[in-house]
Design a protein around this ligand. Structure first.
Ligand code: TEU
Length: 577
């Protein structure tokens, strides 16, 4: 049986601070707004929040470009405001994870300002600086062929010192050199600054990019583009586990905290086990990025629309079965701030299906083992911007860079961009960052009616908002509360229980089903999720005397040995105790 821990029983609610609640009418969310909603989050049944970065930052990548880890982006508030949020959460027996962005800093960070001053500066080696290469014609070239994840070269020439510096994301996000011990120690000091204020753990951004191959070799040439992925040399490099272990020894082990690493590129069973196996003593769990669009593989997220329920089934089966094998743990999630919303992406936001589909996805997230992470708004069935929104609605650098690169390649002809707009309407990170829809007042109650919100508010807020659902027992919000209560009440079954997939051969490819069994009581439950907009009948002879524990449509019965699932139907059956 699985060893118990508070971070295994946690239910984490991701808050995107810019988009949660604006308390001072400047059109941007802030810490005071979050503090005012702690009781709401508690009432939902979430007990931990993960807050995307709130640190001082020029906001070129929405705070994932940190200029000072020990001060707060002024429009969000102050360190004292964050301390009040931490204390308010602890008063409600809740916890908070900070977003730890330490693979890179902003180019406005003092460390980088120092580092770029001269080749002999003491902080020069805190970042990656390399001499140019020159081609046969004597033209200056970047030190290698790596592409930035946001497009273009990952190298940027600095005139003052005639060298290039490495930035895997934006040019304003220079990568820190983790091989430098002084840099690591300074970073550990920043972690301790927040842990000493009561922060209960970290979501570690771009965690496995911190160790790169020491020679920074050219990436394999996969196509005729000027720059190549290079991920085989900048992800999960040779000292990655050494750095994670050092973080544990120097920082994490002094506190009772949760650690979640964001893993890119290497997502096979062995690589995952090396981070989360108990005897490895590294991290508690990972975001493996396969299901949602964080797969940085050669097929960029804006490649073809490759979602199919089988992809979710395959990856879930892998993690659900493999994690107990090495006594590890994992996250369970379908949404975050880097991806299109799962309701639109993996189910349906069509009016006739939207509520049922949102409840089906809630059933998935709350009946698997692993720590569920839900994104703000997922609890009320928030969805993507509809496809009638034009390119101006997308303000995130990832979407804008992609759109402009393709538009330029097509001679600036906007009429030739419908395929790109379709991809953006499914996958753009903007959908995961839409302002929270609190009520049907102007600006969705996110900010004052007069304020100009910092980004597009989905026009469907008039019908999809907290206020219209909170007192409706049939709402998505009420269903989330019920399913989280069920998970908590039956933790031995849904958190710690065993997992056994029901073969696709018996359910068909559009119904994802699995069995959970309690090691303590032997109670067994079976979960059926219909990922299609068609009725699906599945054999259920063996469950005919089971009762319905949870269902997202009228009472579900097993009859003639079959279970008929309505479009996006979800049902959890359990045998009598
Ligand atoms: O994401 C890691 C990352 O690589 C993502 O940018 C991912 O490739 C992309 O979103 C897939 O569509 C983390 C943060 O979650 C992301 O918001 C930041 O932009 C990035 O790191 C840099 O800090």
């Amino acid at each position: 049986p699985v060893e118990k821990a508070w971070w295994k029983e946690a239910v984490v609610y991701q808050i995107y601070p810019a988009s949660y609640l604006d308390s001072n009418g400047d059109g941007l969310g802030d810490i005071k707004g979050i503090i005012s909603k702690v009781p709401y989050i508690k009432s939902l049944g979430a007990d931990t929040i993960w807050m995307s970065p709130i640190f001082a930052s020029p906001q070129e990548d929405m705070g994932y470009d940190v200029a000072d880890y020990r001060s707060i982006h002024a429009p969000y508030g102050t360190v004292e405001d964050v301390q009040r949020l931490i204390d308010e959460l602890h008063t409600h027996q809740m916890r908070i994870l900070m977003d730890l962005v330490v693979n890179h800093t902003s180019d406005q960070h003092d460390w980088f300002r120092e580092s770029r001053k001269s080749t002999s500066n003491p902080k020069r080696d805190w970042y990656f600086w390399r001499d140019p290469k020159y081609d046969a014609q004597g033209n200056r070239r970047e030190p290698n062929n790596w592409k930035s994840i946001f497009g273009g070269s990952a190298w940027h020439f600095d005139d003052a010192t005639q060298q290039y510096y490495l930035a895997l994301f934006l040019p304003s996000q220079p990568d820190l050199n983790w091989a430098n011990e002084d840099m690591r120690k300074a970073t550990y000091g920043d972690m301790i600054f927040w842990l000493d204020r009561g922060v209960d753990g970290f979501r570690i951004d771009s965690m496995n990019l911190m160790s790169k191959h020491p020679d920074l070799p050219d990436g394999k040439v996969l196509n005729d583009e000027p720059y190549q992925s290079g991920a085989e040399f900048f992800a999960s490099g040779p000292r990655m586990h050494e750095y994670v272990r050092e973080m544990r020894e120097q920082v994490f082990d002094k506190y009772d905290i949760m650690t979640v690493g964001e893993l890119g590129f290497t997502k096979d069973e062995k690589s995952v086990s090396e981070y989360v196996a108990k005897d490895r003593h590294e991290l508690n769990m990972l975001f493996t990025g396969d299901i949602v669009d964080m797969d940085f593989g050669p097929t960029t997220k804006y490649g073809r629309d490759d979602f199919h329920p089988r992809k979710i089934r395959k990856l879930t089966n892998l993690w659900q079965t493999v994690v107990p094998k090495f006594n590890g743990w994992n996250t369970v999630y379908l949404d975050n701030h880097d991806s299109g919303r799962s309701l639109t992406r993996y189910a349906s936001d069509a009016p006739e299906y939207r509520a049922t589909a949102a409840k089906m996805l809630a059933t998935y997230l709350t009946t698997l083992s692993g720590t569920p992470f839900m994104l703000q708004g997922e609890e009320i069935g928030m969805a993507n911007l509809s496809s009638d929104y034009g390119p101006d609605a997308y303000i995130d650098v990832e979407a804008k860079n992609h759109y402009n690169t393709v538009l330029k390649a097509r001679g600036g002809d906007e009429s030739k961009m419908s395929d790109v707009m379709r991809e953006l309407s499914l996958k753009a990170r903007d959908h995961g960052r839409l302002p929270m829809q609190w009520d049907d007042s102007p600006n969705a109650g996110f900010t004052t009616a007069e304020a100009k919100p910092w980004m597009t508010i989905n026009k469907d807020y008039v019908d999809w908002n907290v206020a219209s659902q909170v007192d409706d027992p049939g709402s998505v919000l009420s269903f989330w509360k019920e399913s989280l209560r069920l998970r908590k009440r039956h933790a031995d079954l849904f958190v710690y229980g065993s997992y056994e997939p029901v073969p696709e051969s018996s359910t068909g490819e559009m119904v994802f089903a699995y069995r959970r069994e309690s090691h303590e009581s032997g109670q067994m439950a079976v979960v059926f999720l219909n990922f299609s907009d068609k009725e699906q009948k599945v054999p259920a002879e063996e469950y005919k005397d089971f009762s319905v524990l949870l269902s997202n449509h009228q009472s579900q019965a097993v009859f003639e040995g079959q279970l008929a699932l309505v479009p996006f139907g979800a049902v959890v059956l359990t045998q009598q105790q």
